[in-house]
Every structure is written in C-alpha cells, then in structure tokens.
Design a protein around this ligand. Structure first.
Ligand code: CA
Ligand code: CA
Length: 204
C-alpha cells in the first residue's frame, strides 16, 4: 500500500482529491485483493495521519470515521474482499435466495446491491453464478433491491431477460448466470441453490 502524501502547509486545495487517492492508490482498494487485518489497520492509520496533519481535515472528512477493524472482525471473519466503498463476502456454500439473504443479514449486511457498472464487473470477475439482492417477489415486474430502492435503470439483464416465468415456474429472483458478459443477470426460480455475495457498505 502506498504512503499517503500529506499536505503539511495547511492549504485546503486538493484535500478531497487526496481522500479519493487513498482508495485509488491503495493495493487493497483496487481489484479484489483479500483484506487483511494489517491492511485495514494501515487504512485507519493513514486516515489518522491525514487528519492530524492537514488542518482542513474536518471540513472534508466526517468527524467519526468507521472502525474498519470492527467491521473486519465481524463481517470479514470468514474472509472478505474490498472494492470501492464496500466489503464483500463470497459464499462457499449454495442456498436458495431467501436463505442466502438471511446469511448476509446474520453477518450484519445484505445481498449485494449493484450500484454501477464497476461493481457489476467486480461481481462478474469471480466467474460464478451468484444471487444478488434484486427481486420482484412483492410485485411482479417491479424489480426491487434489498435496500428498498426500485431498479430504475435498464440494469445488467442478459438480452431477453427478465423472462418472468420459465416452464411454468415463477422467476422472481436474480442471479448472475451469464457472468462472462457484463449484462449477466437472469431472473430465475428463487428456490434453486446458488452461491451468494453479501455487501457491507462502508459509509465514510
Ligand atoms: Ca453496492
Ligand atoms: Ca429468466
């Protein structure tokens, strides 16, 4: 992980840029390297170093930064990945959609909500079929994320999906069946067994 350059002259220019640089230049924040305790400590230390060295810190950063070590101890106890502003747990087991979601909730998180193409590419990079946190169980044809938001874009459906039904079975849950392509989503029977991916957001 690169050292964070610290502004020692007290100028505010670029303060927010530097904050972003922490993510972009850090080995653990790029791609999907495994998170280690020492890496997390390093991030915390760098934040602390920045905050004590730049007098404008409080204008640009929240007063209380999340305790990444605490998150790591709980959510990452079985291993996790870090990408952008979230931790991810990749299941080794398979379960139906409901059981998968419950496992994520037990970890203090939820099934992944795909917020942008970068996150979609990250998920697909595992080359595995995952449950994601998208369903139309409540209202047929209205796709809703587990965080309560309605899917209001075209999303990343495979061409021809969602089909709604297949061979007489309702397809109310979403999997990354076509993970070799960016548009990997397929709606499918919620009862089938799949790996799943949980997301724990870090709100800085
Ligand atoms: Ca997300
Ligand atoms: Ca389908």
């Amino acid at each position: 992980m690169e050292e964070l350059a610290v502004n020692t002259n007290g100028e505010s220019d670029g303060a927010e840029e530097r904050t972003v640089d922490i993510y972009e230049s850090s080995d653990i924040y790029s791609g999907h390297a495994a998170v280690t305790q020492s890496a997390l400590n390093s991030v915390s230390v760098n934040f602390g170093f920045y905050c004590t060295s730049a007098c404008v810190c409080n204008e640009h950063l929240p007063h209380s930064l999340p305790d990444l070590s605490t998150i790591a101890d709980h959510f990452c106890k079985d291993g996790c990945k870090l990408f952008s502003n979230s931790f991810y747990y990749i299941s080794s087991d398979k379960m139906n959609w409901k059981g998968s979601r419950q496992d994520c909730r037990n970890r203090g998180a939820d099934l992944v909500v795909v917020n942008n193409e970068g996150e979609q590419a990250f998920i697909n990079s595992f080359r595995r079929i995952f449950w994601i946190g998208l369903t139309d169980k409540e209202e047929e044809g209205t796709w809703k994320w587990v965080d309560g938001l309605i899917l209001n874009s075209t999303g990343f459906w495979k061409t021809g999906e969602p089909t709604g039904k297949f061979q007489g079975k309702e397809e109310d849950c979403v999997e990354t069946f076509f993970h070799a392509m960016i548009s990997s989503w397929n709606d499918v029977d919620c009862a089938i067994q799949r790996h799943w991916i949980c997301e724990k957001r870090i709100d800085f």
